[in-house]
Design a protein around this ligand. Structure first.
Ligand SMILES: Cc1cc2nc3c(=O)[nH]c(=O)nc-3n(C[C@H](O)[C@H](O)[C@H](O)COP(=O)(O)O)c2cc1C
Length: 242
């Protein structure tokens, strides 16, 4: 039986040594389906999930993860990839979805309004935010929006670096959904940013615009794979009720 959300969150630990025991590829894949249900900025889903089960590729990737034992002893690896470069394709998919949802006769005034608002969002606002030329346009938009921001609240994350953060933020949420889902079924994980991301991209034959969000090793924890009791800053120091 699956653990409750709270139990799964409590169970999840970054595991650095896994047992030499296979895990079920289909179950891991299902946890990746859960990953894809994470919330995502503008529902653009600027992510991809690479699930590595092939021994030869696993070994190459472990080396690219600096041969950390979390990677070397893993049964499988998952690479969460941020694909900011796919924004046009994803915006188009959203528009197609909207056309399907609202493809019925006699739409009410309210539905017509909603459809127009949502369609304009993907046809006008998203291109305004995401279109950039070598990062220059982003800075121009940023400057203009700072000036407008003197008079009213405005969206300010328009620079190339901001847009990269937006994509990685959503990818990170998907990664957490994945790790919690794995914990719920008694599987273990370790998120890793300690990797040569260029090598990881080369091994997975990813295009230039793809960015490695994190590599997640997967398996079943060995007792010696949890390096220490969990440490967290006292909650009172990080919690502020306003
Ligand atoms: C984005 C990110 C990158 C991380 N990279 C590594 C890594 O490269 N190697 C590693 O052993 N642990 C890595 N960790 C795991 C953290 O060290 C771990 O989450 C932290 O010590 C808290 O322990 P816990 O996950 O068991 O609660 C990473 C965690 C995150 C969120």
């Amino acid at each position: 039986m699956e653990k409750t959300v709270s139990d799964a969150i409590a169970y999840r630990r970054s595991t650095r040594v896994y047992k030499d025991e296979p895990i079920d590829t289909e179950k891991v894949k299902q946890c990746l389906v859960n990953a894809s249900l994470a919330p995502t900025s503008s529902n653009l889903q600027l992510w991809e999930f690479y699930h590595i089960t092939d021994k030869a590729v696993l070994s190459k990737l472990a080396e690219a993860c600096f041969s950390q034992s979390a990677a070397k002893t893993a049964q499988q690896l998952v690479v969460i990839v941020a694909r900011k470069d796919l924004w046009r394709k994803r915006a188009k998919a959203n528009i197609e979805f909207l056309n399907k949802v609202y493809n019925k006769p006699n739409l009410s005034e309210r539905d017509l309004k909603r459809k127009k608002m949502a369609t304009d969002y993907y046809k006008k606002l998203i291109p305004t935010i995401y279109t950039d030329v070598l990062g220059i346009l982003g800075y121009i938009k940023y400057a203009v929006f700072q000036i407008i921001g003197l008079f009213k609240p405005i969206y300010r994350q328009t620079r190339l670096s901001d847009m990269r953060i937006v994509a990685h933020k959503s990818a990170g949420l998907a990664a957490q959904n994945f790790m919690t889902s794995m914990a719920a079924i008694g599987y273990d994980t370790c998120p890793m940013e300690g990797s040569d991301t260029l090598k990881v991209k080369q091994i997975l034959k990813l295009p230039k615009g793809a960015e490695i969000n994190m590599v997640i090793s997967c398996g079943i924890r060995d007792d010696k794979g949890i390096y220490s009791p969990r440490f967290r800053i006292p909650f009172e120091e990080v919690y502020f009720e306003v």
